[in-house]
Design a protein around this ligand. Structure first.
Ligand code: MD3
Ligand code: FE
Length: 207
């Protein structure tokens, strides 16, 4: 018997509803451990605006932004220390999801962790700070739901809207890897495990 674990939203993009739900407790306790070593912070864009979402990272590299630009670096600019290691539980979940969507051999070297408070969102953008775009991106949503905007290859392309709920995993690769995407401002809501927050883990291969 075959079971459907994913909804196709485009040729190379898949939503796996609730795929991370069984791991919810491990994921959230692990986020707490990461946060104890590398606290969430609101970083500044190159133009000097504060990002609405709070961020931290784990893995060999971390995504950062400040006046000098967007980039990956091996140390946390707040502490000067290496980012916490990518936990095996995180890596296994990302690899399992990628492989079910046809991306075998995904070796993420970064997990960017976004934390959205009520009202925080992320404008339409492309993820293009990685060295090569052949690896997919895997994202895990936890806590309060949010509307994900799935655009095209040009900023002007009208985005489709998808509701991402607690435990949902999304996988993008190949032709869809450079699509514009964003998150609508998160509504005030309460989740039993995260309170008012929405968390998103994005697994990438930066180098
Ligand atoms: C779609 N994060 O951190 S999921 C980001 O929910 C980011 O926090 C959102 O966009 C969030 O950059 C959206 C991640 C995502 C990443 C890459 C994509 C979605 C994508 C590439 C193409 C299409
Ligand atoms: Fe993004």
């Amino acid at each position: 018997m075959t079971q459907t674990v994913q909804k196709i939203i485009s040729e190379h993009s898949f939503i796996m509803p609730g795929f991370a739900t069984m791991e919810e407790n491990t994921l959230l306790t692990t986020i707490e451990q990461i946060e104890a070593q590398a606290p969430f912070r609101q970083m500044s864009t190159p133009r000097g605006f504060k990002m609405a979402a709070q961020m931290t990272n784990c893995g060999d590299w971390g995504w950062v932004t400040d006046r000098r630009g967007y980039r990956y670096q091996q140390t946390d600019p707040e502490t000067g220390r290496a980012w916490p290691e990518l936990p095996d539980s995180f890596k296994q979940l990302a690899q399992k999801a990628a492989s079910l969507c046809g991306f075998d051999g995904f070796e993420p070297d970064v997990c960017l962790i976004n934390r959205y408070q009520p009202g925080a969102g992320m404008g339409l953008h492309q993820d293009k700070d990685e060295k090569d775009f052949s690896a997919p991106i895997v994202s895990v949503s936890l806590g309060v739901p949010a509307i994900f905007l799935f655009g095209g290859h040009e900023r002007r392309d009208k985005p489709e809207h998808y509701l991402l709920q607690h435990g949902d995993v999304v996988v993008w690769g190949n032709h869809d890897r450079l699509r514009f995407h964003g998150i609508q401002p998160v509504k005030l809501a309460h989740h039993p495990l995260t309170g008012q927050y929405r968390y998103n883990l994005t697994f990438r291969r930066a180098f």
